[in-house]
Design a protein. Structure first.
Lengths: 261, 198
């Protein structure tokens, strides 16, 4: 059985899944590092262990937080001595499914929400809490959202091993344990709401701090900047260009207009 | 000495990016705040880090793609604070982060060699893969540290030229423009996602 000690070792080792990320087999070495200890327990014979390791020295790529669901599942199937071909099929299909879910939740949404919370916490503390020093405000602003995110990912990783182990061998293992679609929808809405809040706050602060110059020409430039940024982003996004295109456009614009300042 | 400490700490934190943990302590605002505090610029560090993060959020590290490295951007920006105006530090850091994504790509290609080491280990019945993990992270650490120092050294050498009044104005206007580019990008990205999900 998967004892607490094994679970904790697997859990700790899973932090290093991507440590030898390469373009030939992606996370294969990380996966071998995670499961080799448990494999030694279920395959005391050296030849069998070698065959086991060779089977897992193949392409493996999934989202690092969600990998626990896949790994829990495959070690359970190995423990139950399931058919090797079945294990390989389930491993690959689950790795793809969880990569897609994990990328959409963590990399595309929650990562953004963390940054947005950092900004909003900073604004609230900076303008409302006069007793705090600048260092304290910045530390609280970055630590609090990061801590919540880290705890959530730790939870997903730990729970992933348990679910994976408990439903080992099922093709939809863990996929139905959480309402992933709902999580994706909710995080999209949260990120959108926070984007609007951020936009409004920045426009307000920008107007307050920058459109005060007595020089007419400087005022005109500062009024133009938000529009240049907006239209440059929209223009290049149409052609699916990355953000560096509008960024470079803005820099070129700055070189030109600053001749007049 | 402080420069060296910032580089070493930054290189250690950078491991959180891909190699280990992924707790988001390698995100630019976090790194720049910590390193900025050490360097004596907590507020400037934080603001530069946050701006860098907003730009880099436009990219997602999906399917093994390399994205601009926020940690490299933050480390370079913080190292240059006090020597160059903070707006220009941000812009230099941004491009330093983008440049590091190409180095990261080559690092991943270089790590293909580790597959030969694994095969050799397996054929000799050595199943301790921990040493490969450590070796790989050591490579990451060294490459990152050297890169940060080289970029820092190059720009500090030109700091006299970079501290002109004209460049101060240019970098200030550009930084504000970039802020609006990132906000527009975030707004429309999530507006489309919400619409698709509805």
């Amino acid at each position: 059985m998967l004892e607490l000690k094994d679970r904790l070792i697997l859990f700790f080792k899973s932090f290093f899944l991507q440590s030898v990320f390469n373009y030939e087999k992606f996370q294969n070495i990380g996966l071998l590092f995670i499961i080799s200890g448990f494999a030694k327990k279920i395959h005391p014979d050296r030849e069998e262990l070698k065959k086991f390791i060779e089977r897992y020295n193949e392409i493996f790529n999934t989202q690092p937080y969600m990998a626990a669901f896949v790994i829990g599942n495959i070690i359970r199937m190995e423990y139950d001595k399931r058919n090797e071909k079945d294990i390989e099929n389930i491993k690959q299909s689950l790795a793809c499914a969880y990569a897609s879910i994990g990328d959409r939740i963590f990399w595309s949404r929650l990562r953004v929400v963390v940054a947005q919370f950092t900004f909003i916490i900073f604004i609230i503390l900076y303008f409302c809490c006069y007793n705090f020093g600048v260092a304290e405000i910045t530390f609280v602003s970055v630590f609090v959202p990061t801590l919540f995110y880290a705890i959530y990912t730790l939870y997903i990783r730990y729970v992933g091993f348990l679910y994976g182990w408990n439903c080992g061998g099922e093709k939809n293992c863990g996929l139905d344990k959480f309402n992933w679609n709902r999580i994706i929808r909710m995080s999209s809405r949260a990120a959108f709401f926070l984007s609007v809040v951020m936009f409004l706050l920045v426009i307000f602060l920008y107007g307050f701090y920058y459109i005060t110059s007595e020089k007419m020409i400087e005022n005109l430039i500062y009024i133009t900047i938000p529009f240049i940024g907006f239209f440059a982003q929209r223009y290049f996004r149409k052609d699916r260009k990355n953000i560096f295109y509008p960024v470079i456009t803005v820099i070129v614009f700055s070189f030109v207009v600053c001749i007049f300042i | 000495m402080k420069t060296l400490f910032v580089i070493v700490l930054g290189s250690l934190i950078n491991l959180d990016n891909v190699s280990a943990f992924q707790f988001l302590i390698s995100r630019p605002s976090f790194v720049a705040t910590i390193l900025g505090y050490i360097a004596g610029y907590p507020l400037e560090g934080f603001l530069i880090g946050l701006l860098l993060e907003l730009v880099i959020l436009d990219f997602s590290p999906i399917g093994g793609t390399t994205i601009p490295n926020g940690t490299a951007a933050a480390v370079v920006s913080v190292l240059l604070l006090g020597r160059i105006n903070p707006y220009l530090c941000f812009i230099i850091g941004l491009f330093a982060g983008e440049l590091y994504s190409y180095i990261e790509k080559y690092l991943r290609i270089f790590r293909n060699l580790f597959n030969r080491l694994v095969e050799r280990q397996i054929s000799s019945y050595d199943f301790n893969f921990g040493k490969l993990v450590i070796l790989s992270m050591l490579c990451d650490f060294i490459v990152f540290a050297i890169y940060s120092y080289v970029v820092y050294f190059v720009f500090v050498s030109f700091s006299g030229f970079l501290n002109s009044n004209y460049l101060l104005n240019v970098s200030r206007v550009a930084t504000l423009g970039i802020l609006f580019v990132t906000l527009t990008s975030l707004y429309f990205k999530f507006k489309n996602q919400v619409r698709k999900n509805a």
